[in-house]
Design a protein around this ligand. Structure first.
Ligand code: CTP
Length: 400
């Protein structure tokens, strides 16, 4: 049976973006019942929700009362998601009010609850809203941080609805691991994407890392309760909603950011593809001269992972490295990975064979996870979110 999601829509202009969220959920085979608040129907009408969800829609508790929807919907849902969640909706939820079908559903939800707030910056930052958010989070409700950017008026700031695809991904995570908060209390820093090394002011040397695996690591850690920082080099995908993001262009930037974050992290994961070499940078744009080619001299960059291991004093943090190898066979991958684990001195190493276009930019991967205690786990081809969960399982097992 398809899993059931209640999509609550509160009364804000971002309600129109909930249509995209609904589509995304449906594309993943989920059975979605939309519960709009009465106010939200000023932005998107019930007809739209009925057509897109294929299910009847009501805002009040009196419609089809014989089915007792105010209790049944929440009890039967595998997930209740509210997008957008307005200041008013969160205030009512925090107080436990039950004045419409959506707030009733929130009070009777048996499964996880996820809120994606959207409102004007001043409303989001107001102490009343911040208190309500803190209270709801204390009760185990997942609340995404709003995105920062242009608001409905001319101004900008935090308050935008997170990207619909990020909301859908967070919802899928909660459905996959509803009550798992086994990373709660841990501060985790993940690096992701590929660094860019400037040759001159317009050109750089980059690599094919898409950042997808690092982003999935950050997202799954967040959904398992961790406090997550993503140190993001160049990525083809947006960072997940709810994680702190530090941008890093070059290996040197990434080194600085990771060194600083490692000091206060329990776990660091180096999923970024860091350049091993950088051009000797030119001050001005390198010009063509006749038909002549040009020599590019490369110097080595700092090995961030090895340096994090070197700087580690005492116990924390657990350090996880990645290994991108063109191994060709599982046996050779294992040998190369064992050698790299020993050479880098990290606690765990996630090795993948990048030889046949099956990793970069792809939604799936297959990896070997090794730890310095000798444990080896083979993770067969799976989505990068599943791979990420397997990495966290291995990290927790190692720390235990
Ligand atoms: N790494 C790093 N700094 C670098 C190069 C790599 O921190 N300058 C990290 C990567 O983030 C990854 C691990 O080291 O976690 C292994 O990266 P990989 O490219 O597989 O290995 P290299 O160290 O580059 O070794 P080799 O080129 O010999 O395979």
């Amino acid at each position: 049976m398809a899993r059931r999601v209640v999509l609550g829509v509160a009364g804000g202009i971002a309600a129109y973006k909930a249509c995209e969220v609904l589509r995304g959920l449906r594309e993943h085979g989920l059975d979605v019942t939309v519960v709009p608040t009465a106010a939200s129907l000023n932005f998107v009408g019930a007809t739209t929700w009925e057509a897109l969800s294929g299910r009847p829609v009501a805002s009040d508790v009196w419609t089809r009362a014989e089915e007792v929807p105010h209790v049944r919907l929440g009890q039967e849902a595998d997930l209740v998601l509210v997008a957008p969640a307005t200041a008013d909706l969160m205030a009512r939820a925090a107080q436990g009010m039950a004045d419409d079908l959506l707030t009733n559903t929130l009070l009777t939800a048996h499964g996880p609850v996820l809120l994606a707030p959207a409102m004007h910056t001043e409303m989001w930052l107001h102490p009343a809203t911040q208190r309500n958010v803190a209270l709801l989070r204390e009760r185990g409700i997942r609340i995404l941080d709003p995105a920062i950017g242009r608001l409905t008026g001319a101004d900008s700031g935090p308050g935008r609805l997170p990207d619909p695809s990020a909301i859908v991904a967070a919802a899928l995570d909660l459905l996959r691991r509803p009550a798992n908060a086994d990373l709660r209390g841990l501060r985790i820093t993940v690096s992701a994407g590929g660094t860019r090394e400037a040759w001159d002011p317009v050109r750089f040397l980059g690599n094919r890392s898409s950042g997808i695996q690092g982003v999935e690591l950050a997202r799954t850690a967040l959904s398992r309760g961790a406090e997550v920082t993503l140190v993001a080099a160049a990525m083809d995908v947006p960072p997940p909603a709810g994680v702190a993001v530090i941008r890093a262009e070059s290996a040197a930037d990434l080194h600085a950011a990771m060194t600083e974050q490692a000091a206060s992290s329990d776990i660091v994961v180096m999923a970024a593809a860091v350049a091993d070499f950088r051009p000797e940078a030119e001050g001005g744009k390198v010009k063509k001269e006749g038909d002549a080619g040009v020599d590019l001299r490369l110097e080595q960059t700092v090995d961030v992972l090895a340096d994090l291991v070197r700087q580690r004093v005492g116990v924390a943090p657990t350090i996880v490295g990645f290994a991108a190898e063109t191994a060709g066979s599982p046996e050779r991958l294992r040998d190369l990975a064992m050698a790299k684990l020993a050479r880098k001195g990290c606690d765990l190493l996630v090795a993948n064979d990048v030889g046949d276009d099956a990793v970069f930019g792809q939604p799936t991967n297959e990896v070997l996870i090794l730890d310095s205690a000798g444990d080896v786990r083979e993770v067969p081809r799976a989505g990068k979110a599943e791979i990420a969960d397997a990495v966290w399982d291995a990290v927790l097992a190692f720390r235990a």
